[in-house]
Ligand binder design. Structure first.
Ligand SMILES: [Mg+2]
Length: 421
């Protein structure tokens, strides 16, 4: 430590004490500031920010305690270590010196050698503390840049993560509902609950903008629970308000991660009970990749949920990889044929998936139906199994907010003009 750069403020109303302390410290190579009263001491401390203060307690006008409190309350001077020097014998008063922020106490009459030993010790401690603080700051900066680097490498977007977290807290997530219609009756039989984000600046966002960060992080758990609860609550309202739709179903998307959530089965059971939902009315949509994951673990959870009476759909079927074995091993009720096959009018594939589903005793939901021609073709393709065929798509309705979905329910039958030929 270069003593020339170290300044010590000595405060004592007794000139003699001030002089011998100063002389001793100057002889040791320290720069010394002197004050004979509290006001002067505070002024010097503020202007020069000394490395340490030796502070007398008994002084007229402003005593050492008051000076100390003043310095500790000032952000500029609060870090300066203060050693009290006093003839006070009372233990309580000595303790008071530590309570208000002093770091040491030297009794008068003092021995110069002791004062010096304590001054040097405390200067070393405060220098080490300063170094530690500096290194902590440096580590924080390195940590932030490392996090950014990791974000860039992994594609993890910390800002988006925080924003979605806030959206959960501020209840800015919304559920929209897309009708599902039976081919034989042209009646709406249920809805698929789809998540949206009412963003404060960017408006209503679709899942493509944010679902990745939810599914890849721990956000999936609170969001998953919120979706299930909100959808069940809404289903209860509709089933009760529209007696004709007492059997209305609700499809809820579930990710692989959610299936591993602790106590999921019990949670689903309780939610169904809370909203008086017949388990048959709830359909959980899982993906082909979930089906193809850890077979035993997934099967165990699906079987337990199935025991509650819930139905399972495989979402976007035909775009991923499924094994036929798992289709029969797993308790799957419905295959949802991916929209891309309808879009591209790949009717042979659509027909093949439908035939596979019916052969295995499952039903189908055809996604992405947009035109009456597509619907007519599908009805022709599956003319012998129309009761097991359902459709979803803009032809019937886009995903609707709860209010519009309720309006949709009042129209019991969907009138789609059929184009034949
Ligand atoms: Mg889905």
């Amino acid at each position: 430590m270069n003593k020339n750069k170290i300044t010590i403020l000595v405060v004592d109303d007794t000139r003699y004490n001030l002089q011998i302390l100063s002389t001793m410290l100057v002889n040791q190579g320290y720069a010394v500031l002197e004050a004979t009263n509290g006001i002067e001491a505070i002024e010097l401390a503020e202007n020069h920010i000394p490395n340490l203060i030796l502070l007398d307690i008994k002084m007229p006008e402003m005593n050492g305690y008051q000076v100390c409190v003043n310095l500790k309350n000032n952000p500029k001077t609060q870090q300066i270590p203060i050693i009290f020097i006093s003839a006070i014998e009372n233990v309580e008063e000595k303790v008071e010196a530590f309570a208000i922020g002093g770091i040491d106490f030297i009794n008068k009459p003092f021995h110069l050698i002791e004062v010096l030993a304590r001054v040097e010790t405390h200067l070393r401690v405060s220098s080490l503390q300063a170094q530690l603080l500096e290194q902590t700051k440096l580590l924080e900066i390195q940590n932030i840049s490392l996090q950014k680097e990791i974000s860039n490498l992994t594609g993890f977007n910390q800002d988006l993560y925080s924003e979605v977290k806030e959206a959960i807290d501020t209840q800015s997530l919304r559920l929209f509902y897309q009708p599902i219609v039976n081919f034989q009756t042209d009646l709406i039989t249920g809805f698929e609950a789809l998540i949206r984000w009412q963003h404060p600046q960017r408006g209503l966002l679709s899942p493509i903008d944010f679902i990745d960060i939810i599914e890849k992080t721990d956000l999936i758990y609170p969001v998953g629970r919120w979706v299930l609860e909100t959808a069940c609550q809404q289903l209860q309202i509709w089933q009760q308000s529209f007696p004709k739709h007492a059997d209305l179903t609700m499809s809820v998307n579930v990710s692989t991660k959610q299936l591993t959530e602790f106590n999921l089965v019990e949670y689903v059971r309780q939610t169904l009970q809370e909203y008086h939902i017949n388990p048959q009315s709830l359909k959980l949509e899982i993906t082909e990749s979930t089906v193809m994951g850890d077979r035993d673990r997934t099967l165990q959870i699906l079987d337990q949920l199935k025991d509650l009476g819930i139905q399972f759909c495989i979402d976007d079927f035909g775009t991923g990889y499924s094994s036929l074995r798992r289709l029969t091993d797993f308790p799957i009720d419905i295959l949802k044929i991916d929209r891309s096959f309808i879009n591209n009018e790949e009717w042979i594939i659509v027909k093949a998936i439908g035939t596979l589903a019916f052969t295995l005793g499952k039903k189908i939901v055809v996604e992405g139906i947009e035109t009456t021609r597509q619907l007519a073709t599908l009805k022709t393709l599956f003319s012998s199994s129309l009761d097991g065929c359902y459709g979803q798509g803009y032809l019937f309705a886009k995903p609707l907010d709860a209010e519009s979905a309720a309006e949709f329910l009042t129209n019991v039958r969907i009138h789609i003009p059929l184009v034949v030929g």
